[in-house]
Design a protein around this ligand. Structure first.
Ligand SMILES: [Mn+2]
Length: 398
């Protein structure tokens, strides 16, 4: 008799052995690598507790450049402990290249690695057919979907993809596809990976991206985990899909803004910081506080942090405040500062009329920096935090 219900765990982007070296703090890197490992173990436990039929790992299980033999051995033995199939798709961080652990390691029999030569598996006992579109190089452009096997009418058909769905990343070739292209293939569920935040509201209704089960940076705030997916078929052959989010993360990145416009002293800033931090979960939250607003007050961020370091040893404070200038008055001055300000205010006005917010942000910062340079003969480094955050965020996505 045909199986009429399957239930599986869908995860992606675990990034085992990621170095977390950005802050140059050894203890922090070690803690976060251990957190990723603990979360990986809790995925295995969840699969056992929930008695799922199989596990899908949709790319970036580990980091090719850093994953140690010891880590791979532990992964292999944890997978081997399970009595269910584990279907792994190589991603752009763990591609199926010549020296890949996927090729060189002796994986347990229940582990199925889908690569470009053998991109499919049929789990007969579960009436399930799986196609995987992963990575066999560190970068890959648009995949050729014309050769993808058509779904089987008597099976649950799952399409695994490590890549970008419905996004225009012309200069970032990471398996870009559209909802329309995938929908045309007619699979029952599209199991995605690559983007590190949970997304279940694609145009393609039966697609979901679980995100990284342990968040990896400040552009991955909020809860993180995996998906428990159920596919059912009624007596008329009609299939129904149910997706449940399970939070598994050890830590949570939290961004907090501290408005400095109304703060008049270092002591007051310290008190306001305390009010912000008291809402956090001590053992779990990793806070980054961003000082915002216009103020002439120059805050000592290190001193501000000090009283809170015992509770929040990894607390970050970024100073994105701007000095206060009376641009109306400066623009009336008959000198270089006045001419510069008049020109910049005009450009800002044009920008606002066109609704170009990004350019307006750059011009506003340029005006502040220009006046600071002209008045003080130097530019304070604190401006960097706010201005170049965008490029940092883009780098992290890949
Ligand atoms: Mn990833």
């Amino acid at each position: 008799m045909a199986t009429d219900r399957i239930r599986f765990l869908h995860c992606a982007d675990i990034h085992l052995d990621r170095p977390f070296g950005g802050r140059g703090l050894k203890d922090y890197s070690e803690m976060r690598r251990t957190d990723v490992w603990k979360t990986f173990e809790s995925i295995i436990r969840l699969a056992e507790d929930e008695l799922v039929d199989f596990i899908l790992v949709c790319g970036d299980l580990y980091e090719h450049d850093y994953a140690s033999r010891a880590t791979i051995q532990r992964v292999g033995s944890l997978f081997g402990r399970l009595t269910i199939p584990v279907v792994v798709l190589p991603g752009n961080h763990d591609p199926y290249v010549a020296n890949s652990w996927y090729k060189t390691w002796n994986w347990p029999d229940n582990v199925v690695i889908l690569d470009n030569e053998k991109p499919t598996v049929r789990l007969d006992a579960l009436n399930t057919f799986i196609h995987g579109e992963g990575f066999s190089a560190f970068r890959q452009d648009t995949p050729d979907l014309s050769t993808v096997t058509r779904p089987f009418s008597d099976c649950f058909n799952i399409f695994m993809l490590h890549g970008t769905l419905d996004m225009n990343f012309s200069n970032r070739p990471f398996n870009p596809v559209s909802s329309g292209e995938l929908a045309d293939l007619g699979y029952d569920y599209y199991a995605l990976g690559h983007f590190h935040n949970l997304k279940t509201d694609f145009k393609l209704k039966n697609a979901a991206n679980p995100g990284s089960p342990e968040p990896l940076g400040f552009d991955e705030t909020g809860d993180h985990g995996v998906l428990l997916v159920t596919l059912e078929r009624d007596e008329h052959g009609k299939k129904a899909l149910d997706i449940r989010e399970i939070n598994l993360a050890q830590k949570r990145y939290v961004l907090l803004n501290l408005d400095m416009a109304a703060v008049s002293s270092q002591e007051e800033a310290c008190a306001r910081l305390g009010e912000l931090l008291c809402s956090l979960d001590l053992g779990r939250d990793l806070p980054r506080v961003i000082l915002k607003g216009r103020t002439p007050l120059a805050v000592d961020c290190e001193a501000l942090k000090k009283p809170w370091m015992e509770n929040y040893p990894w607390l970050q404070i970024l100073d994105e405040t701007r000095d206060c200038y009376d641009y109306g008055a400066i623009s009336r001055e008959e000198n270089l500062k006045g001419a510069f300000t008049r020109e910049m205010l005009q450009r800002l006005k044009d920008c606002e009329e066109k609704g170009d917010e990004e350019q307006a942000m750059i011009l506003s910062a340029a005006l502040d920096l220009g006046i600071e340079a002209l008045e003080k003969g130097r530019i304070d480094a604190r401006f960097d935090g706010g201005l170049f955050k965008g490029s940092d965020r883009e780098r992290r996505l890949i």
